[in-house]
Design a protein around this ligand. Structure first.
Ligand code: DQA
Length: 145
């Protein structure tokens, strides 16, 4: 089983970026956490981070026929990107959306998520643990399918 884990813009700035909201651990620690969760679940993973919408679309398209599932934190593109929504719909892989913070208790513009419309589940406000929950959920979903 092979999962693609996508992190969108500014998540590479974790640890520096608004630590009161996103925590003090850096992006390297997030990637290590994700890789460990995947290994514990016997899942192979590819992690990908980009600050560019088109690169994220390209990566989702490249997952077609190669990956079994996608975990995505589209970051700010969550609230704007029909292109990412359409790419997820195009490849039609089981996908889960993750946000470190609770987007529904923050500014109103964060309450809309386009990619969630192509995701089986959205997990938010659980910090790094949200990725673990997403990996476990998708593994179970694929096994039971
Ligand atoms: C985020 C929430 C988004 O609103 C924000 O633009 C981000 C990070 C989160 O993980 O909580 O960059 O996706």
């Amino acid at each position: 089983m092979k999962f693609l884990i996508i992190n969108g813009p500014n998540l590479n700035m974790l640890g520096i970026r608004e630590p009161d909201i996103y925590g003090k651990q850096d992006f390297k620690a997030l990637v290590a956490y994700i890789e460990q969760c995947c290994a514990e679940n016997g899942v192979e993973c590819k992690t990908f981070q980009s600050n560019h919408e088109g690169d994220i679309v390209d990566e989702i398209q490249a997952a077609y026929g190669v990956m079994d599932a996608i975990v995505i934190n589209p970051a700010a593109y969550t609230h704007t990107s029909v292109a990412i929504l359409d790419a997820l719909k195009a490849v039609a892989l089981p996908a889960v959306e993750v946000h470190l913070s609770d987007i529904y208790t923050r500014e109103e513009f964060r309450h809309v998520s386009y990619p969630s419309m192509a995701c089986l589940k959205s997990i938010y406000g659980k910090g790094f643990e949200g990725y673990k929950e997403a990996i476990e959920y998708l593994k179970k979903y694929i096994e039971e399918r």
